[in-house]
Ligand binder design. Structure first.
Ligand SMILES: [Zn+2]
Length: 68
């Protein structure tokens, strides 16, 4: 994906890329590089919530097969 004229340095075109560290934007003209932060990493989960979900009662199905 290309963001035209979005470079803060030279107002060049930013090209969205992806590597092992995540997504980034790089300028084609001047080489400006900007990392795109992933939203998931912003909120660390400290507590684990146990949700009492009603267990689905499964009726045991017996295989009713009459042997001839
Ligand atoms: Zn640039």
């Amino acid at each position: 994906m290309i963001y035209f004229k979005e470079c803060p340095k030279c107002h060049g075109d930013l090209l969205a890329g992806k590597d092992a560290d995540g997504q980034y934007l790089s300028c084609i003209q001047c080489g400006y590089l900007r990392d795109l932060l992933v939203e998931v990493a912003q909120a660390p989960v400290r507590e684990t919530f146990v949700i009492d979900a009603p267990k689905t009662v499964r009726k045991p199905r017996k295989k009713v097969r009459v042997a001839a």
